[in-house]
Design a protein around this ligand. Structure first.
Ligand SMILES: Nc1nc2c([nH]c(=O)n2[C@H]2C[C@H](O)[C@@H](COP(=O)(O)OP(=O)(O)OP(=O)(O)O)O2)c(=O)[nH]1
Length: 131
């Protein structure tokens, strides 16, 4: 059985009801695909603490988590990702790219204009239903 990796991802909405979307760089796994920023949960770490840590590391800003939005397990060829999407809001700072190629804010109804990592598609569909 493939190893299951627990990954948290932030669905960050701004005051214009736009969602923050991040483009994975060519150097990352799942290169050149869009995702919700976040990363792997460390051993003995709770998912909300993990998400806040990842966002501080990756986007250099602080978030407050709101709710568990979607939990989906996707099997890639070599790994299985348990992607836990959590709604969040920025409480301090402005997101900057450190690892990603690009960051954009997009209205929910336009999310399907991007090429998302396969693990994100159910969460994207759920978000679009609510648009
Ligand atoms: N962060 C994030 N990762 C995702 C999403 N969808 C998806 O398939 N993934 C995959 C890509 C990676 O295989 C894995 C997350 O790894 P990562 O490289 O972003 O996490 P990390 O910063 O903790 O990794 P590392 O540098 O410590 O290896 O989950 C998503 O929406 N957000």
């Amino acid at each position: 059985m493939k190893k299951i990796i627990k990954v948290v991802a932030a669905i960050i909405e701004n005051d214009q009801q736009e969602i923050l979307c991040a483009l994975r760089s060519p150097r990352m796994s799942q290169p050149n695909m869009w995702e919700f920023p976040g990363g792997k949960v460390e051993k003995d770490e709770d998912i909300y603490t993990a998400l806040k840590r990842e966002i501080e590391e990756e986007l250099h800003c602080h978030i407050e988590t709101i709710d568990l939005f979607h939990d989906h397990t996707h099997e890639y060829e070599s790994i299985t990702i348990n992607l836990i999407a959590i709604t969040a809001t920025i409480v301090k700072g402005t997101p900057i790219t450190t690892e990603h190629s690009k960051l954009i804010w997009l209205k929910k109804e336009n999310l399907d204009s991007l090429k998302w990592t396969p693990a994100d598609i159910p969460a994207v569909e759920q978000l679009m239903k609510g648009s």
